[in-house]
Design a protein around this ligand. Structure first.
Ligand code: SIN
Ligand code: FE
Length: 311
């Protein structure tokens, strides 16, 4: 049995254009929070529920990330208990960063277990990241750019219709992290479904070739034909980033996350772009489609409905 969630207040920013911003929602009912998230809300904590000591924060702000193009962020991989992406430097730095990121991972895990218990039944902890590079003016190839509006999809780690839930903490003591959002996945699908070919049958290869898949993931390369859901989502992610007219003309909301705030969001439903900011910690969970409170809002089921697919 899960312990009942302690009372804790948070705000919800709806990103579907309804203009709805609810402040001070009392966290008494986990299902209410799940419903907000699955409809395209960002749950926002003005003061983060996660603790990073002052000296660890100062240490994080002193770190240099490996600048290679494929290294988008410094990452902690919980399954392998390993940190990647830090520039070569002192061994003590690597050890300290590892300790901080493993601890952040554990804190988010424990917090979400209590805050969103329906999801913890069948979730998988994905990477935690440290985002040490200033996002404003960051040079990236177009499809990797964070400042263009998109919904998330992973190139090398298929989710087969499970959901991408991300928890952020702005550890920068003086600078906000600024996001922009436009319509939700649900709305974008309505707008663009006739411009994109329908997905192939959603046969799940989830339990097949797991050794080959695990190896491919470890090496960081993509297995094609593995998941038509993930292929469609990746194409959609690219389509949005490459669509200059959409990027320029779409409705936009701006969200500012100040120092020491946290926010939780399904980034496969909430479109987003980060316009500026530096030094954020983030933890991703892959939430099983079986544990959703509003399964009809899951991108997989929206795609099934839109294209009349039974599989
Ligand atoms: C992204 O997922 O596109 C980036 C979000 C962020 O780093 O704030
Ligand atoms: Fe993203």
């Amino acid at each position: 049995m899960q312990a009942p969630a302690k009372s804790l207040s948070y705000s919800v920013f709806m990103t579907d254009g309804t203009g709805e911003i609810r402040v001070n929602v009392e966290k008494s009912n986990a299902e209410v929070a799940c419903r907000f998230l699955e409809k395209g809300g960002i749950i926002y904590f003005e003061e983060t529920p996660f603790f990073i000591s002052k000296s660890d924060r100062e240490f994080l702000l002193s770190l240099k990330q490996n600048k290679a193009d494929h290294t988008k962020n410094i990452a902690y991989r919980p399954a392998q208990d390993r940190v990647t992406g830090l520039s070569k430097g002192k061994v003590e730095d690597t050890v300290r960063l590892h300790r901080i990121m493993a601890d952040f991972h554990k804190q988010v895990y424990r917090f979400l277990e209590n805050f969103l218990p329906p999801y913890s039944e069948g979730w998988k902890a994905d990477f935690a990241t440290f985002r040490a590079i200033e996002e404003h003016g960051r040079k990236m190839r177009l499809r990797a750019r964070n400042d263009l509006l998109h919904v998330d999809s992973f190139a090398t780690r298929p989710v087969y219709g499970d959901r991408i839930l991300r928890t952020f903490l702005n550890v920068n003591p003086s600078q906000k992290r600024v996001w922009q959002t436009t319509d939700t996945f649900e709305q974008l699908l309505k707008t663009f479904s006739n411009q994109i070919s329908e997905p192939g049958p959603f046969k799940s290869n989830k339990n097949k070739n797991s050794l080959i898949r695990a190896l491919a993931q470890k090496m960081g390369f993509k297995l094609s034909g593995e998941s038509s859901y993930d292929e469609w989502m990746m194409n959609f992610h690219n389509f949005l980033k490459e669509n200059a007219e959409f990027q320029e003309k779409c409705r936009k909301d701006r969200w500012e996350f100040p120092a020491n705030s946290s926010w939780i969001v399904f980034t496969d439903m909430v479109s987003h772009a980060v316009l500026s900011g530096r030094y954020a910690l983030e933890q991703t969970f892959i939430v099983s489609q079986d544990s959703l409170v509003l399964p009809q809002k899951a991108p997989l089921n929206l795609l099934r409905k839109t294209y009349g697919l039974n599989a």
